[in-house]
Design a protein around this ligand. Structure first.
Ligand SMILES: [Zn+2]
Length: 289
């Protein structure tokens, strides 16, 4: 293409030279015969140039239709299988790296006559440690209870509820605040009826039944059907006697009163209930340790 275009230019230069030469010859002769010859030669050159120009343009146009050169491109990565979908449920431990020191299940506190269901797990941690929400959710409520102390409750996908109690303080999140898994919702404390600085952590299903949080903490579940809902709701018959290093405030006094009642002393303390046969028993409302 370029060669052809060059040829056109060459021809045109030659044509110009011939034209100039002819004009000089004509200028010397200036006969009518010579003028006719000049016109004929000039016309022939113009036609020649036009033919060359047309063929050059044609060559350029044909060049546009020519197959594009194969580009030297980087090798394309092989397209692998699509990545697996994210797991349907992911639960973190509210205090990562810390161990459960009082599990879910029947538990009897030293000041109780019978075992009761410990509806969550206790995780020992120093006061002030950040409590992380177990999974994505929305803050449902926060407040203070005489037994649970300061608490925060979060509602999650599929009706799960998580509950964090005996807190030092909450993180000031308002009801309705969306919290991403791992977000700090509160700080560990020793509020309410607590035997030391720890977090009481509960997980409940949509019916409000307590689940064993240990079966969810730090675990992912690909599908809803993988959730261990039945296993987590199961409560073993074995009653574990709680080892308490520090009794809750005023509990020893209540216990002493209870013992006094059993020994036949008259009404001591507040809630004394008389039953048949002259026996008395004291009701102490203990919800959590
Ligand atoms: Zn507890």
């Amino acid at each position: 293409m370029e060669t052809r275009f060059g040829a056109v230019l060459q021809v045109d230069r030659t044509s110009v030279r011939i034209l100039l030469l002819s004009s000089r010859v004509l200028a010397a002769t200036s006969s009518p015969y010579s003028l006719a010859a000049f016109a004929a030669v000039g016309g022939a050159i113009v036609v020649w140039g036009m033919v060359n120009a047309v063929s050059a343009v044609g060559a350029m146009n044909s060049g546009l239709d020519a197959p594009a050169p194969v580009p030297v491109a980087a090798p394309v990565d092989k397209v692998g299988p699509p990545p697996p979908p994210p797991p349907a449920f992911v639960f973190d431990a509210p205090l990562p790296g810390r161990t459960i020191n009082s599990p879910f299940g029947l538990r009897q506190m030293p000041w109780e006559e019978n075992g009761r269901l410990h509806e969550g797990v206790d995780i020992a941690a120093p006061a002030g440690a950040a409590v992380h929400v177990a999974t994505d959710g929305v803050v449902l409520r926060s407040g203070v209870s005489s037994t649970y102390g300061r608490f925060v409750e979060v509602v999650h996908k599929d009706g799960f509820h998580s509950f964090y109690a005996h807190l030092g303080r909450d993180a000031g999140l308002r009801r309705g605040t969306f919290v991403k898994r791992g977000a700090t919702v509160a700080y560990v404390g020793n509020s309410g009826r607590s035997t030391g600085s720890h977090l009481h952590f509960e997980l409940r299903n949509k019916a409000g039944e307590p689940l064993n949080p240990a079966l969810f903490m730090g675990k992912t579940f690909a599908e809803k059907g993988d959730l261990p809902l039945k296993a987590a709701a199961r409560v073993g018959r074995k009653v574990r006697l709680a080892q308490v290093s520090k009794w809750p405030e005023g509990m020893k006094a209540k216990m002493a009163a209870q013992m006094a009642e059993k020994e036949g002393a008259s009404e001591v303390g507040g809630q004394v209930i008389r039953v048949k046969g002259g026996r008395v028993r004291t009701r102490i409302n203990v919800v959590d340790g």
